[in-house]
Design a protein around this ligand. Structure first.
Ligand code: ADP
Ligand code: MG
Length: 274
């Protein structure tokens, strides 16, 4: 196995209102191809910033990010382009992530127009295929974002992220804006897509049930630092760091839910699926 994504000694400092925020403070981790790494931690701990750094979307203060062994830190936009096609990003707020004036078809077609030479009939076919892959009827192609439910919008967001057939998906709280019943369906979809395409996920969530359900390995963020990382089973059932223990204790659901590999949906998410 080899790491698809590797970040090493990542430091990101924001400067705002003459103040410095050390958003990411010397963070290192790797994600093996075909596995899911979960990042947990309280709001403001630096999770989204790590995602942006790992995707090469923002400059770093120090450290580096590698994709498939290739250093992407400091690449020009032009050199980054082909790498970008191998990465997809899914956002927390699916409605805000879509352009309100663009049809579903155009939103999904956009990355294909940017990164591929697929045009005309083949483009429409590919959009139709992507809709089907995320469980939406071909008729959704002509809809506008306001004509979609939250869950449907997120499915479109996933289809868009998958359009260029990336190897990596970065999912930044992809279900936290959705109703609980819809969360389970979207998590199932992500699970299926991962298996079908051998995808690698960087999954950001503050919900340990979501992490438990989907992740092979987990990292725990606190104030810009990765305080603990390891297999999901180890981190979630026998955490070493006091902060991780606090996180687990703070979860409303009793611990002891099965780690990934268990084929059930977490209790909290299962309740309203039927
Ligand atoms: P999380 O995703 O875990 O909630 P973020 O990565 O969004 O955390 O933020 C980490 C820290 O960096 C927070 O203190 C946040 O206020 C700050 N931050 C995030 N983005 C910016 C930005 N563009 N400019 C200034 N500060 C930022
Ligand atoms: Mg965030």
């Amino acid at each position: 196995m080899s790491a698809l994504i590797a970040v090493q000694n990542l430091v990101k400092i924001y400067r705002a209102h003459r103040q410095e925020v050390r958003a990411v403070d010397d963070v290192s981790f790797e994600i093996e191809e075909g596995t899911t790494f979960g990042l947990v931690g309280e709001s403001g701990s630096g999770k989204s910033t790590i995602a942006r750094c790992a995707l090469g979307l923002i400059p770093l203060n120090s450290g580096e990010a590698r994709f498939d062994g290739r250093r992407i830190t400091g690449l020009t936009e032009r050199a980054m382009r082909p790498v970008r096609a191998e990465m997809g990003m899914v956002f927390q707020n699916p409605v805000a992530a879509l352009n309100p004036r663009m049809t579903v078809r155009d939103s999904i077609a956009e990355p294909l127009l940017t990164h591929t030479t697929v045009r005309g009939r083949a483009l429409d076919d590919r959009v139709g295929q992507l809709l089907e892959e995320v469980g939406l009827d071909a008729g959704f192609a002509t809809r506008l974002p306001h004509q979609l439910s939250g869950g449907q919008s997120q499915r479109v967001g996933i289809a868009r992220a998958l359009a260029t057939r990336p190897r990596l998906l970065v999912l930044d709280e992809p279900t936290s804006a959705l109703d609980v019943s819809v969360q389970a369906q979207v998590l199932n979809l992500l699970q299926e897509l991962r298996a079908q395409y051998g995808l690698t996920y960087l999954m950001i969530s503050h919900d340990l049930d979501v992490i438990r359900y989907l992740c092979d390995t987990v990292g725990v963020m606190r104030r810009g630092q990765l305080v603990e990382s390891g297999s999901a089973a180890q981190v979630l059932t026998s955490p070493r760091h006091e902060y991780t223990k606090q996180l687990i204790d703070a979860m409303p659901e009793a611990p002891g839910a099965k780690p990934r590999g268990a084929d059930t949906i977490p209790t909290k998410l299962r309740r309203t699926t039927q």
